[in-house]
Design a protein around this ligand. Structure first.
Ligand code: PGA
Length: 252
């Protein structure tokens, strides 16, 4: 049995005090209640708090991930953070392709591929997000969209590089909207994504690759998503900001 992965994507929330307070208490509770077994928990705070968060979690099984990285090695890119900078503070994971990055910051597949390549160059593990819009789903284009997003990005990687990936299927219409996909819609898409990996990389990789669901996961619906055959865990936004809700999601 694969361990499930649950990722807390905190986006642009929580200052230094809130971040460290949450992580310290969270650690205490999950060890007291022994609820971290058989799952991998990753927390993704904002850039300024990655280092301290990672320090707090040293020696535990919990991990920290960045929410973004710039696509160039270094240089005159005011306000940006490079893969080598992340590496230098001990960060080994990064979320790429989130629909908020694609939407608000106009990150297209070509830039995302560069981000993938630079992350791999520095050995960062990648949580790569894909998903269709509501209009695309209404037109029944979701499968073509997902296939195209993978073909233009992740599928440019070698089988060895693919071992560093975890895919997050996040229908855009379900992110932060409270309108989650049905369990069946999610499972159908996850099965399709796994099939694409099977065709491209063969059976072993398609079984091994983690495919997480994201989009309005709550403490009430998480367990039904996690019961689906091809759903290996979740990428959680809003509900990961409330400790008790997030703990319930992890327990699910
Ligand atoms: P949400 O966000 O859980 O608030 O819908 C998920 C995400 O953006 O990863």
């Amino acid at each position: 049995m694969k361990k499930k992965i649950v990722i807390a994507n905190w986006k642009m929330n929580y200052d230094l005090h809130e971040t460290t307070f949450f992580i310290r208490n969270f650690l205490k509770i999950i060890f007291e209640r022994k609820i971290n077994h058989n799952k991998k928990i990753i927390i993704s705070p904002s850039f300024p708090f990655l280092y301290i968060s990672n320090q707090i979690l040293q020696g535990t099984s919990l991990r920290i991930s960045a929410q973004n990285v710039h696509h160039m090695d270094k240089g005159s890119y005011t306000g940006e953070v490079s893969a080598s900078m992340l590496k230098s503070i001990g960060i080994s994971k990064v979320i790429l392709g989130h629909s908020e990055r694609r939407g608000f910051f106009f990150e297209k597949n070509d830039v995302l591929l560069k981000k993938i390549k630079i992350s791999l160059k520095y050995g960062l593990k990648i949580i790569f997000c894909i998903g269709e819009t509501e209009t695309e789903r209404k037109k029944d284009q979701q499968f073509d969209i997902i296939k195209n997003q993978l073909e233009k990005t992740v599928f440019h990687c070698s089988p060895d590089e693919i071992k560093l990936f975890c895919i997050a299927y996040e229908p855009i219409w379900a992110i932060g909207t409270g309108k989650n996909a049905t369990y069946k819609q999610a499972q159908t898409m996850h099965e399709f994504i796994r099939y694409l990996f099977l065709k491209k990389y063969g059976e072993y990789i398609s079984n091994q690759i983690y495919i997480l669901y994201g989009g309005s996961i709550t403490d009430l619906n998480a367990k039904y998503f996690f019961l689906q055959k091809d759903i290996d865990g979740g990428l959680v936004g809003n509900s990961s900001l409330k400790m008790e809700k997030f703990l319930k999601i992890i327990k699910s």
